[in-house]
Design a binder for this molecule. Sequence first.
Ligand code: SF4
Ligand code: SF4
Length: 375
Amino acid sequence: MMKGSRHIDEFIDDVYTCVRSRCGFCFKTCPVFLVKGFETYTSRGKSMIIKAYLEGKIQLSQDLADRFAHCTGCGFCTSNCDVDRPEIFNAFRRDLVDAGFTIKRHNELCDAIKNHNTPYTEDELPLPQKYKNKINTSSSLIYYAGCTSRLRERDILYAMMEILDEFAFLEEPICCGSVLYRTGNKTAAIEQALKLADFLKPYIYLVTACAGCYINLKNIYPLLGININPTVYHSTQYVSKLLEEGSLHLAKIGTGIKVTYHDPCHLGRHGKIYDEPRDILKKMGFTIVEMPHNREKSLCCGGGGGLKSAFDETATKIAGIRATEAYNTKASLLVTTCPFCERNLADGAKINNVPITVVDLTKLVAQAILNPMKL
Ligand code: SF4
Ligand code: SF4
């Protein structure tokens, strides 16, 4: 690939700053490093690899594609470094994809999005009538559920529909394109974002309960030069707003129950939303016990960046470490606010044999409205 035509060229200074300093503050809780144990999986290690490539000492290869696909984009490294590290790796992934070095499973997901607007191949179940009755196509608020809630984690979909009084809803899933962007397919990500932006034009507000969709719509779309009409809220922000306005009341279903909260990377480190989920839990009467890694120092669940889809075993081992950390707090619930985190953490708890229940906060909120009895 010619110098100047490569995506990585934009980040050459950042790569060399890292290589010169070699401070290594990015190591400690890189989730992939915790499981793989080799420096080449860390942020610093990836800088060294990119340097070797820039200096012509190594070529782009399938091995490098596999290595760089081992990154969840969690941003732990960035929180200890002045540079947005995942953006550097995303650029290098784009160069690898452009050179034909791709990950088979990522290709399948990307093809499914391009052809059917969603990475999943199963048919969507029909909505129960009580939720259909809440759909109002002329509402100023659209509930953008995201593919995972619509097709895989239906409990979160129904819980969110329980919380909202009325909302517009896309007739069919239209993926936000996060997977495309994070697996190095920027052009396809832009095309998908433009498609969705068109559907979102009539709305003033958008709420999603998926941390991945939230950060993609909020932070990545502007990076891609795409502005959408509605103001984007994560469900935790929207529920907080309803609570402040007094239009939502939550029963104290959590009195006497200890919970711990897992900050999804896309909501916490990337979105800086730390307080809203904790405040909602407290409003429901739960007692929060923090894990040693919390808020900006949170440990990734391992589910993001396409790691779980392509390297499930590694992703689940990472989730196992996090689930064990949660279990050690002696909390009875591990609460999170993202369907990917919920799913992966539950898988991790299972393989590590830790008896802790993983639950999305949306479901607890719905329960505090629907069935306000103590858990
Ligand atoms: S903290 Fe940043 S500069 Fe230091 S080694 Fe890690 S990536 Fe490089
Ligand atoms: S973004 Fe997360 S997974 Fe990727 S290198 Fe940084 S700490 Fe590791």
